[in-house]
Write a protein that binds this ligand. Structure first.
Ligand code: NAD
Length: 253
């Protein structure tokens, strides 16, 4: 079964919640050993206890390079290597339009979503052997802008993640490390201050997104499990530099 990850060491950032938690569950079910990192310490410890796998919970803020170095070191110390890394941690902040976008907020978003992914790819690749795989979490907003106001930093950061993923694929290809991205559409998670949670009270927003989505619903974190296992495993042996959209058809129409 080319989708299995038996005994492989998988590191997931942003593992405490949403898509990262679903990825962690999927990798556990596929037989992996898991290093689960998040800045939400309690949250990541809970996920580490809940999933059915050998786990290590690592408190880490991916926007801090030193903490990313330590995160990778701890993983290798505990498990003796690193086979797969999901650079998934990210934040969404709704701000003003670009002409009035808050400077501090711009840096907060870029520091986590773009710098954090760069640090994670850099340090993971440095310890990976031939056959290593890195998977980033981009977004449908990597490719298109949004009429949703206040997402300038998010859109710019995710465009950067998609391009960084492709460049990392090119740079690391000769070492036999594959790098791909998942580009989710709208998914019910904790991102954006909870605006995408089912019970956020922002029903009109969710209804509009449902109407714009061919499949007529928002995504659930579980909807990303299949693509995550595909990109983490031998099943995707001929994919590198790919950005795979999983959006229920939202960008199609
Ligand atoms: P989420 O808020 O449920 O989960 C994100 C996790 O990342 C949280 O556990 C949070 O504590 C952690 N995190 C945030 N900043 C961190 C940091 N500096 N260091 C370490 N961990 C940090 O949201 P999610 O939707 O599951 O987000 C996961 C990824 O999916 C993000 O990169 C996000 O941009 C991307 N994404 C989400 C959607 C969506 O609609 N939910 C769509 C496209 C892309």
């Amino acid at each position: 079964d080319k989708f299995r990850l038996d005994d492989e060491v998988v590191l997931v950032t942003g593992a405490a919640s949403g898509i990262g938690k679903a990825i962690s569950e999927a990798c556990a079910d596929a037989g992996a050993r898991l290093a689960l990192a998040d800045k939400d310490v309690e949250g990541v410890e809970t996920v580490a206890e809940e999933v059915d796998a050998e786990t290590l919970a690592i408190p880490a803020d991916v926007s801090d390079h030193d903490q990313v170095v330590a995160m990778v070191e701890e993983t290798v110390e505990e498990f003796g290597g690193l086979d797969v890394t999901f650079a998934n941690a990210g934040i969404g902040r709704l701000g003003a339009t670009v002409d009035d976008y808050d400077i501090d907020q711009w840096h907060q978003v870029m520091d986590v979503n773009l710098d954090g992914v760069f640090y994670t790819i850099r340090e993971a690749a440095a310890v990976m052997e031939e056959g290593g795989r890195i998977v980033t979490t981009a977004s449908v907003l990597s490719q298109i802008a949004s009429d949703f106001p206040g997402v300038a930093a998010y859109v710019a950061s995710k465009g950067g993640v998609a391009q960084l993923t492709k460049q990392a694929a090119a740079d690391l290809g000769p070492q036999g490390i594959r790098v791909n991205a998942i580009a989710p559409g709208w998914v019910h998670t904790g991102i954006g201050g909870g605006a995408f949670r089912k019970d956020s009270g922002m029903d009109h927003l969710h209804e509009q997104m449902e109407e714009e989505t061919i499949m007529g619903r928002l995504g659930e974190p579980e909807d990303l499990k299949g693509v995550a296992l595909f990109l983490a495993s031998e099943a995707s042996a001929y994919c590198t530099g790919s950005v795979l959209t999983v959006d229920g058809g939202w960008t199609t129409t």
